[in-house]
Design a protein around this ligand. Structure first.
Ligand SMILES: C[S@@+](CC[C@H](N)C(=O)[O-])C[C@H]1O[C@@H](n2cnc3c(N)ncnc32)[C@H](O)[C@@H]1O
Length: 382
């Protein structure tokens, strides 16, 4: 028996083909718990009904109930694997939260459909499956309340980074590219696919936060009934000229009508989401909730650092620059990230870090200006 602790939760599990627990999912679980608190505040609803549709050993259920208990009415925990669900049942009891949990052992689409048939609709649906979540989105949307949220995971990071473009195209209907900033374009491809899949069910979705935790993309989207306001202008393409390093962003309505002076073949990713990755107010609400006593010190400091980086991404272009690749291209030493950001800001540009990469910076300066400033920072020893 393996015993793990995560925040206040104690979790028991065993190595088994069908029993899955990944300690690296901790940040994603913490963000989910915090987002549920913020969502409850945002919607003035402290009787949340949550579906953890791929519960595994029940880590999320336990954490929702230990850390959000005051805002949750019930969590429905589902998994198609009975061995996994048996651990979930055990963990829920072990942590003393069984009173508010209902268990189901169904294929997820059947679980969502059964919920609809039983007139049971959720405020938040957690979809944490291996690979692509796309086949579950239409079913999940129909099991949501009028104003709900879906917390989507995609572990397809390699296909979405252009390693298996065929799989990315099949699962998300988009072309992926192996840019240095592919984790951002990959996350944006998932958002675009989710927003479209939701719209096909006559709902409108918008991301409240987007996380790449080094392992998977995690996107928390608010979903509301309606056809109006489909954000067509927030879909586009990111195009790079490999020979010059310049990157351009085009709205989908300009597809086929853009030109880029480039001596080599262009690299293109999209259609992808070129709108905001995060809702600034929602991030703020999440930070507010962090002041509450519910979180362990370890989770609190990691969450704060991550959300601060996300805040810095709001209002920035939909890609970042890798300073190591930039300095290789310019044949200079790698500038210190803080120096480069300060110099960009001093010259009137927006600039900041990104949670996608420790080597990444975001700026509204164009590539040639950034390159000049990087050279001056390195040569001038700023
Ligand atoms: C990534 S694990 C879930 C991890 C869990 N959410 C956590 O944070 O620890 C995915 C789970 O989904 C279950 N699963 C896979 N496909 C499923 C399906 N189509 N319907 C329901 N459950 C499924 C697996 O048995 C597995 O336990």
């Amino acid at each position: 028996m393996i015993v793990a602790t995560e925040g206040r939760a104690k979790l028991h599990y065993e190595e088994h083909d069908e029993v899955f627990f990944n300690p690296r999912g901790r940040l994603a679980r913490s963000m989910g718990v915090l987002a549920a608190r913020a969502f409850s505040k945002m919607t003035l609803n402290d009787r949340l009904v949550i579906a953890d549709a791929f519960t595994g050993i029940g880590a999320r259920v336990v954490r929702y109930l230990l850390e959000d208990d005051d805002r949750i009415s019930v969590v429905h925990a589902n998994d198609s694997s009975m061995p996994a669900l048996e651990f979930a049942i055990r963990n829920v009891r072990l942590n003393g939260v069984a009173e508010k949990v209902k268990f189901h052992c169904l294929e997820a689409r059947r679980f969502f459909w059964r919920s609809v048939q039983a007139n049971l609709f959720y405020d938040i649906i957690d979809i944490d499956v291996f690979g692509t979540p796309m086949q579950f989105i239409p079913f999940a949307v129909n099991a949501l309340k009028h104003k709900g949220a879906i917390y989507v995971t995609s572990t397809d990071t390699a296909p979405l980074c252009g390693i298996n473009r065929r799989a990315a195209f099949r699962n998300y209907g988009a072309v992926a590219e192996n840019f240095e900033f592919c984790h951002e374009t990959g996350a944006r491809i998932v958002i675009a696919a989710v927003v479209k899949a939701v719209a096909q069910q006559a709902y409108i979705a918008r991301p409240l936060f987007t996380l790449f935790d080094g392992y998977a993309f995690r996107i928390f989207v608010a979903v509301q009934k309606g056809r109006r306001g489909f954000p067509v202008d927030k879909f586009g393409f990111v195009v790079r000229c490999p020979s010059s390093g310049r990157v351009m962003v085009f709205k989908q309505k300009h597809a086929g009508r853009f030109s880029l002076d480039c001596k080599s073949d262009l690299q293109i990713a999209g259609p992808l989401w070129i709108g905001e990755l995060h809702d600034a107010e929602f991030l703020n609400q999440m930070l507010d909730e962090l002041n509450e006593d519910w979180f362990s010190e370890r989770d609190r400091s990691k969450l704060k650092k991550t959300i601060k980086l996300m805040e810095a991404e709001v209002g920035m272009p939909p890609f970042f620059h890798d300073i190591s690749a930039l300095s290789d291209r310019l044949n200079i030493n790698t500038p210190r990230k803080a120096d480069l950001i300060n110099e960009l800001r001093r010259r009137g540009f927006k600039a900041g870090m990104t949670h996608f990469s420790g080597l990444g910076i975001k700026t509204d300066a164009d590539f040639d200006t950034l390159a000049d400033i990087a050279v001056s920072v390195v040569k001038g020893g700023r």
